[in-house]
Design a protein around this ligand. Structure first.
Ligand code: ATP
Ligand code: MG
Ligand code: FE
Length: 336
């Protein structure tokens, strides 16, 4: 099976062809980060305009790199939500047009199911499975008893992990997106400011990062008031240590309670070196296989959408031409 995936939920316009849900044949990502940098974040109108300019090009490029024609494909999968509605619609309309013109089935994919299924491109998923989803808009622990079955066991009550990274970066006057910069700075530092760990209730798998973000802001403010110099490297390491410790501890506790066979990480923040190392070591000690995709498949891409779309296709899921962008779409199970 060859599935074309299309992704346009945020600031990446992407198309990819995946074979049998596990093998990348081509993977094209056009990033808009440069255009949003000077605004310190993603500007929806600019994002939509870029998607319009790029979407046909990335689809053609995905076909060209794969050396394939539309008639070699079995279906088209596209991100249906969540995301910026104007951005989603560009990918969805391109997918509909492509599917209609070539007589192919259309499949609407949840963006976070996509992030999770990026892992299927690296090794087979083994169930029961626990996924730590950490991205720009989501921080969740998802339990999967089989393919297409998603049970949310914990989520952030305020900021997502990536959002916290980007906001803290802003406080430190670091360019958007701040995550990779803070990660690098944390690694360059041998000292860390001590920031709080937010555990919430003892048995909760939920997260909260807004208090940590405020602690960073207060620390900087107080230091400046007293004329003490703030070392951004120490702040970056202190912040990252707190985020990584809480994410790791809650993932480990959930993995034990749910007795999972595999733990995976997904989403942009799973590109974080500190987090990858911590999860790697923790689950090596615990004796539970842990996987995280290569960096290119952690952040937004269309291969992950094609991968999830393939499993949905095999489960008989189809969308019709009435598909609309769903900015607040929830992750619901598709297994029968
Ligand atoms: P969502 O997937 O929730 O809809 P999104 O698609 O915008 O949101 P992703 O593209 O998955 O999010 O991830 C982008 C986020 O990942 C940004 O917040 C970015 O700062 C963060 N990020 C990327 N690399 C790193 C890193 N090395 N360390 C920490 N954060 C990172
Ligand atoms: Mg992005
Ligand atoms: Fe994403």
């Amino acid at each position: 099976r060859y599935i074309l995936g299309i992704e346009s939920s945020c600031d990446e316009t992407a198309a990819s062809i995946v074979k049998n849900g596990c093998e990348i044949v081509s993977n094209v990502v056009a990033s808009q980060i440069e255009s949003h940098k000077r605004f310190g974040g993603v500007v929806p109108e600019i994002a939509s305009r870029h998607h319009v300019e790029q979407v046909t090009l990335v689809i053609e490029e995905a076909l060209a790199q794969a050396n394939m024609k539309p008639e070699d494909l079995d279906a088209v999968a596209v991100t249906e939500g969540p995301g910026l509605v104007g951005a989603l619609l560009i990918g969805i309309n391109a997918a509909k047009a492509f599917a209609f013109a070539n007589g192919l089935p259309l499949i609407g994919v949840h963006h976070i199911a996509g992030h999770i299924y990026a892992n299927a491109l690296m090794q087979p998923m083994e169930f029961p499975l626990l996924a730590l989803v950490v991205s720009g808009g989501h921080t969740e622990l998802v339990f999967m008893k089989e393919h297409g079955s998603f049970e949310l066991i914990g989520e952030t009550r305020d900021d997502a992990a990536g959002e916290a990274y980007d906001k803290v970066a802003r406080v430190l006057n670091i360019q958007y997106p701040g995550g990779p910069h803070i990660d690098r700075m944390a690694h360059e530092s041998d000292e860390a400011v001590k920031f709080p760990r937010v555990w919430l209730e003892e048995d909760s798998y939920d997260f909260s990062f807004s208090g940590l973000k405020s602690a960073v802001i207060n620390y900087k403010h107080n230091a400046e008031q007293r004329g003490i110099e703030v070392n951004p490297l120490h702040v970056a390491k202190g912040f990252q240590d707190s985020v990584v410790e809480v994410l790791t501890a809650k993932t480990l506790r959930a993995a034990r309670q749910f007795n999972v066979k595999q733990v995976i990480a997904a989403g942009g923040v799973s590109a974080n070196k500190g987090l990858r190392k911590s999860l790697d070591e923790t689950f090596a000690n615990e004796g539970i296989p842990f996987y995280v995709p290569p960096l290119k498949l952690c952040t937004d891409n269309a291969a992950m959408i094609a991968a999830a779309g393939t499993f949905m296709f095999e489960a008989g899921k189809r969308s019709d031409m009435g598909m609309n962008g769903r900015p607040g779409m929830e992750l619901v199970s598709w297994h029968k």
